[in-house]
Design a protein around this ligand. Sequence first.
Ligand SMILES: Nc1ncnc2c1ncn2[C@@H]1O[C@H](COP(=O)(O)OP(=O)(O)OP(=O)(O)O)[C@@H](O)[C@H]1O
Ligand SMILES: [Mg+2]
Length: 297
Amino acid sequence: MQTLTLSQVTKTFEGNAALSSVSLAVAPGERVALLGHNGAGKSTLMKIVLGLIPADRGEIHIVEARPGSHAARAATAYLPENVAFHPALTGVEQLRCYLRLRGEDPADAEGLLDRVGLGEAGRRRIGTYSKGMRQRVGLAQALIGRPRLLVLDEPTSGLDPVSRREFYALLDELAQTGAAILLSSHALTEVEARTDRIAILSRGHLVADDTLTNLRRVAALPIHLQVSARPDAADEVARRLAGERHNGTRVDLVCDHDQKLARLGQIAELGTLVEDVHVIPPSLEDIYAHFSGRVPS
Ligand SMILES: Nc1ncnc2c1ncn2[C@@H]1O[C@H](COP(=O)(O)OP(=O)(O)OP(=O)(O)O)[C@@H](O)[C@H]1O
Ligand SMILES: [Mg+2]
């Protein structure tokens, strides 16, 4: 059974469609990245899942509960896009406060702050924290009470590279215990390695929802081959491969995935005229741009 299911969810703000018939599911232990341009509908989708705003149409289930119900709230943790805390409270005080609100033991505060690397700073006022430190308080808050579903709106914005890695390690642990994770991000390369599936929203439409490997295959974008010719042979290499000459000795070729091996064979046949070759597959940005551009009219 899925932890989260949305089917044909639609939301309109003052005549503008923010979500158009979006269907999406997240299974226990699955990490799904929600990508999309500014204003694509990511935060709106998350707020609907949390029951903070109602959908106009469609069905949403969290485990078996409705968004906003007591059961759904108890099962869900949320990290909002802009976390705001009381600047006069210390990290420990703020977390104790959240623990009490969720009916958990306030004594867990120190342990939770340790888990997000804020053990030391926990006794300082939040007003003195850096942006990344405040983000960590938000993460600690999201870990309260063993949630079955985590909804994280741009959780790594403001985190430095090492903190990002620690954050994803924490998510891996949670996923291994069966938590379902839906996170939005603009950082394409980090979601590539650390999530199981990628969902792309574009102007409120879900335009892709699959593993990166499958999206790569479906997009079938061209591959670039960069051939380094021997300095005196660049013109000949360009002519024989029907490639394009670039500065000095480089010859560029473009081909489809299924022509790649044949093209490499032709390059190998040139023997010592060629010094090196680089195969450059489509980047995640290329794949993202490919799907983002396909909005149903
Ligand atoms: N309360 C609201 N009233 C009116 N329009 C809204 C409201 N909330 C969101 N919108 C509109 O809905 C659309 C989707 O916004 P949303 O915040 O979901 O985008 P997003 O994908 O989270 O973008 P970002 O990457 O910038 O965070 C936008 O056009 C936005 O202006
Ligand atoms: Mg947003």
